[in-house]
Design a protein around this ligand. Structure first.
Ligand code: F6R
Length: 247
């Protein structure tokens, strides 16, 4: 696990966007795993800028998002499909048919989970998986306890996650369940890249990086991944005890 501490949130976002851009340019048909959430919004803003100013070309990309809320169709303004289309896909030259999220409104949810795993396999696996982290220790929506070998499935959201995300739903009711790639699905990616910023992530980041690998901190399973980079700003790194490498 490589931990990179940047002096500011903007610098952390810039580094993550540069790593993604390098991956996009590295092969004709890159397969990206994508994340949503507040932290990622500025990453997508920066990638859109790179597309416009530097002609970063997404035409060959295939993408798989980590998760989607159960019960929400992609047209719902709170769905992650809507988030992705608005902030990223509709702003760059990606082929929408090559962008994938679990269908939160699928009638047969376990068939949908199997379909998603199959699609990832058929695409040749994920080259680079982008990740955020929740205060519960989740990656994707793998709430504790989530096994390191878990696959795409329906999960109940942790109370902390509901507290964290309910404000985004305003007066609307937030779903209690989501379909998420499993921790094992994430670990199958050839590279993982986690971005965490802000003081409210400091404790869970120290447990993820310096604590034991445990199902009660699902993100700690990333310690088992051979190519995992964690990019932090100073605030998110503030509870780490060992000196992490600076770039
Ligand atoms: C969403 C996802 C989640 C978020 C996490 C952090 O696709 O995978 O794990 O990355 O909940 O969310 P923010 O950035 O809003 O703190």
């Amino acid at each position: 696990m490589e931990v990179v501490i940047q002096p500011s949130t903007a610098a952390a976002v810039e580094l993550v966007a540069e790593i993604i851009a390098r991956e996009v340019q590295a092969k004709p048909r890159p397969v990206l795993g994508l994340a949503t959430g507040r932290t990622m919004e500025s990453v997508y803003t920066r990638l859109v800028q790179m597309h416009r100013a530097e002609r970063l070309d997404f035409s060959g990309c295939h993408t798989f998002n980590l998760d989607e809320y159960v019960g929400l169709p992609g047209t719902d303004k709170h769905s992650y499909r809507h988030y992705m289309n608005r902030l990223f896909f509709n702003q760059v030259n990606i082929d929408l048919r090559h962008t994938h999220l679990p269908h939160g409104d699928a009638r047969d949810q376990s068939a949908e989970c199997e379909r998603y795993e199959r699609l990832i396999r058929e695409a040749g696996g994920i080259d680079l998986q982008l990740l955020g982290i929740g205060q519960s220790g989740h990656i994707g929506f793998n709430e504790p306890p989530s096994e390191a070998n878990s696959r795409t499935r329906v999960v109940a959201l942790a109370p902390e996650t509901i507290r964290q995300n309910a404000p985004l739903f305003g007066a609307d009711k937030m779903p209690s369940h989501a379909i998420t790639m499993g921790v094992g699905t994430i670990l199958d990616s050839r590279k993982c890249l986690l971005l965490a910023t802000g003081k409210n992530k400091a404790t869970i980041i120290s447990r993820t990086i310096e604590g034991p690998v445990t199902t009660s901190v699902p993100a700690s399973a990333l310690q088992l991944h051979p190519y995992c980079t964690i990019v932090l700003d100073e605030a998110a790194a503030s509870a780490l005890t060992r000196a992490a490498r600076k770039r």
